[in-house]
Design a protein around this ligand. Structure first.
Ligand code: SF4
Length: 78
């Protein structure tokens, strides 16, 4: 069984501390100095879906964010 998750990044809450970048390489610094999710098309896109193999990194990034701008959600089971 594979569980599908999503990272949800609230860029309004983000303050560019970048604790997330060293914990999950899907987070990158965008041109406006805030975090963005790397494997999505634009910096406005703030949700990335993934499977169990990336869960630990995503949860590490969420836990490290001092502004609580990252949420990890379960979006489905197969
Ligand atoms: S750790 Fe949080 S505040 Fe810092 S860049 Fe990442 S999302 Fe933004």
């Amino acid at each position: 069984m594979t569980t599908e998750y999503a990272i949800r990044l609230d860029r309004d809450a983000c303050d560019g501390v970048f604790a997330c970048l060293v914990r999950d390489d899907r987070f990158v610094e965008s041109e406006d100095g805030l975090a963005a999710i790397a494997d999505t098309a634009t910096e406005e896109t703030t949700v990335a879906r993934f499977d169990d193999d990336r869960l630990a990194a995503a949860e590490g990034a969420a836990a490290a964010c001092p502004l609580d701008a990252i949420k990890v959600e379960v979006v489905g089971d197969e």
